[in-house]
Ligand binder design. Structure first.
Ligand SMILES: Cc1ncc(COP(=O)(O)O)c(C=O)c1O
Length: 371
């Protein structure tokens, strides 16, 4: 007998999530633009930083035992369309996703995902003994295979992941696609609708999950403070759903789960709507600039509804990534996400995006320069 005999067989995860490298981990002798983790191009709101500083006293006292104050603020942010009791906050979007899966997935349950997608959907489900059923996105624009998902549902299906806008493709699920798919999903299945990039979407037929939760679908909608709110370092995320589903998942939460600083930061971030508007305006403006430059350089990309874009480099992805790094730009290979040969680049501020275009312009196949 050995200790490995007691290890759970499904905990030998084959495809685990490798986060982007930190700037410190990359030895560079020039300025590095970190565009590998979809962080906020404008940083963090100064009002939020002030709120964190104001909350720093009395750290020896436990924070609020519950997430109630944050849930009240979230209900206000959603214009009271949802009640505070329909929200559940925790330590990041990832944490919330894991909690939902822990609440529903038993060994052998099937979890439908659509690659390319956020890697933790697969690794977290597998850790619980879930069986992944992949219904890949289709075509150059990576659209959802609605008929394929309906056909893949079996008596064992427990969870269906839908992501809009999707990481790493930036593609989205239209209202009509959701309206076709959702009524076909049996009532014993949980739909995890991940909308952490929702603020950046501007397509006319883009929708959040609010109307579907209100219509009674078994949808748990995942959000994060890491992206548009610029709080990736504070680790706060939340979900909303029906009161019944939220109070069921909440049993897995822990007392004092959200620390004082993160709670103060998240509440202040919700109040600072001007900052979000400025972030969104910047991303939209920079997205248009980047598209125009990519067109000029004849580099193919997937139109994005998010704060990043997926490109097909005119050379092997690994060679391309090394070239970008040597030019001071950190980007992310998308093969681990299920998009082999493609590379994901976050939208930075204008200075960072100029550096991207300069680096792309100096590629062997893109000799024309903007500078
Ligand atoms: C689609 C998607 N969902 C959820 C998350 C989780 O974000 P966090 O754990 O930082 O809140 C990310 C982060 O990159 C993401 O891309």
């Amino acid at each position: 007998m050995k200790i490995e005999d007691t290890f759970k067989p499904y905990l030998t995860v084959k495809r685990s999530y490798k986060g982007g490298k930190s700037k410190q981990a990359v030895k560079a002798n020039k300025k590095v633009y970190k565009l590998s983790s979809n962080e906020n191009p404008l940083g963090t709101s100064p009002k939020v930083v002030a709120a964190i500083k104001a909350a720093i006293d009395d750290l020896h006292i436990y924070p609020d035992r519950t997430d109630n104050a944050l849930c009240e603020a979230l209900a206000t942010d959603f214009n009271q369309e949802l009640a505070p009791s329909q929200f559940l906050a925790s330590n990041s979007g990832c944490d919330v996703i894991e909690m939902i899966l822990r609440a529903f997935v038993n060994i052998g349950d099937e979890v439908i995902i659509s690659n390319p997608c956020f890697v933790p959907y697969q690794s977290f489900s597998s850790r619980l003994g879930g069986v992944i059923v992949d219904v890949p996105l289709v075509g150059e624009d990576y659209t959802l295979d609605v008929a394929g998902i309906i056909a893949a549902i079996t008596a064992k299906t427990k969870v269906i992941f839908l992501t809009s806008p999707n990481n790493p493709t930036g593609s989205y699920i239209s209202k009509s696609e959701l309206d076709t798919l959702l009524p076909e999903i049996p009532k014993n299945i949980i739909i995890i609708y991940d909308e952490v990039y929702r603020h950046f979407a501007d397509a006319d037929d883009y929708v959040t999950g609010v109307a579907y939760v209100k219509a009674g679908y078994n949808m748990v909608v995942v959000n994060s403070f890491s992206k548009s709110y610029g709080l990736a370092g504070m680790r706060v995320g939340y979900c909303y759903s029906s009161e019944k589903i939220i109070s069921y998942i909440k049993q897995l939460s822990k007392p004092f789960i959200i620390n004082k600083l993160s709670s103060a930061a998240a509440i202040a971030a919700l109040e600072d709507r001007d900052f979000i508007n400025e972030v969104v305006r910047t991303v939209h403006e920079e997205r248009s600039y980047i598209y125009a430059e990519l067109d000029r350089l004849d580099i193919s990309y997937t139109p994005s509804q998010a704060n990043f874009y997926l490109i097909e480099p005119p050379m092997a992805a690994a060679v391309f990534i090394d070239h970008m790094m040597s030019e001071g730009v950190m980007v992310r290979p998308a093969d681990n996400f299920g998009a082999p040969g493609k590379v994901r680049i976050s939208i930075g501020d204008h200075e960072a995006n100029l550096a991207v275009i300069a680096a792309l312009s100096s590629l062997p196949d893109c000799s024309s320069s903007i500078l």
